[in-house]
Design a protein around this ligand. Structure first.
Ligand SMILES: N[C@@H](CCC(=O)N[C@@H](CSC=O)C(=O)NCC(=O)O)C(=O)O
Length: 277
């Protein structure tokens, strides 16, 4: 693993690292914020999964999460959103291919050789972090924005016991019924829609829900509301009586100004679930 950069931030270290990924078959870059508390003992970890067009960097520099993580004593992990490189398949559209991995293991050509973001985030990167950093693998939580909110919710509900809590900012909430979902799940997983269900937060919420608390924030001025379909997830949470909160935030759009506004609430929510508050 190569260190790309390390900068002091709120008493901790914001690092950027690159390593060869066996899952994705290419070099992958991630950001990791270690709070001051990691200097003396392993700390719990909050995953932040990013949205379409993002690299590891967008949230790292725009979500304003480090100050809250430093206060709580929690590490932040910022994975990339897809495999990348000249040998990696891509598409002319921003919402497919590089920058749009959708947190699935692709089974279809030309994506299958590299687009294995599920394995990367669920298996490979946690192992690497556990081996290389002062992280407590038994205390993890997960959040994300838009496509990353979809990733956070689907990972959390598919891996019971892994995450103490899950939250999401404007998640792609019902991808099997949205143009942000049908196109990508079809391309990566094929035409058999039964393979898509495990990657739809609304269907998973209806089917099983999540064993810990859930927090979802959504701006009511979000320019992508029709693609995100927040009402489907909110209805599924209510029908299941899922412990948690779905908050419709007046006047907020889809941008990182929205994410950074509520980041403190989300870190505090996860800190509480992780026993830090
Ligand atoms: N280019 C596209 C939209 C791109 C966009 O808004 N991406 C969001 C995530 S959308 C869902 O996953 C994002 O996080 N962008 C990065 C940022 O730093 O803001 C378009 O113009 O329609």
């Amino acid at each position: 693993m190569d260190t790309i950069s390390e900068n002091r931030s709120f008493g901790g270290i914001q690092g950027v690292y690159r390593h060869h990924s066996d899952s994705c078959g290419c070099p992958m870059t991630f950001g990791l914020y270690l709070p001051p508390q990691a200097a003396t003992a392993p700390v719990p970890m909050l995953w932040y999964l990013s949205g379409l067009t993002c690299t590891h960097e967008n949230a790292m520099v725009k979500a304003a999460a480090q100050q809250h993580a430093a206060r709580a004593g929690i590490a932040l992990v910022f994975p990339d959103t897809s495999p990348r490189g000249e040998d990696v398949a891509d598409d002319k559209d921003y919402d497919l291919g590089q920058g749009a991995g959708f947190y699935v293991n692709a089974t279809q050509a030309p994506w299958a050789p590299h687009f294995r973001m599920w394995d990367y985030v669920a298996e490979e990167l946690p192992r690497l972090l556990d081996n290389a950093f002062m992280i407590d693998p038994d205390r993890q939580a997960i959040t994300g924005h838009s496509m990353g909110g979809h990733g956070a919710l689907t990972l959390a509900m598919n891996l019971p016991g892994r995450f103490a809590s899950v939250s999401a900012f404007a998640p792609i909430a019902h991808p099997t019924q949205s143009d942000w979902g049908r196109k990508q799940l079809g391309a990566y997983l094929g035409d058999d829609e039964s393979a898509w269900a495990a990657h739809d937060a609304t269907l998973l919420m209806r089917e099983s829900g999540f064993g810990g608390p859930v927090l979802v924030d959504q701006g009511n001025e979000d320019q992508f509301l029709d693609l995100l379909k927040p009402e489907a997830l909110a209805e599924a949470m209510a029908a299941r009586r899922q412990p948690g909160q779905f908050r419709m935030q007046k006047g907020y759009d889809h941008s990182y100004f929205f994410v950074s506004t509520f980041m403190g609430d989300h870190v505090a929510f996860h800190a509480d679930a992780l026993g830090l508050a």
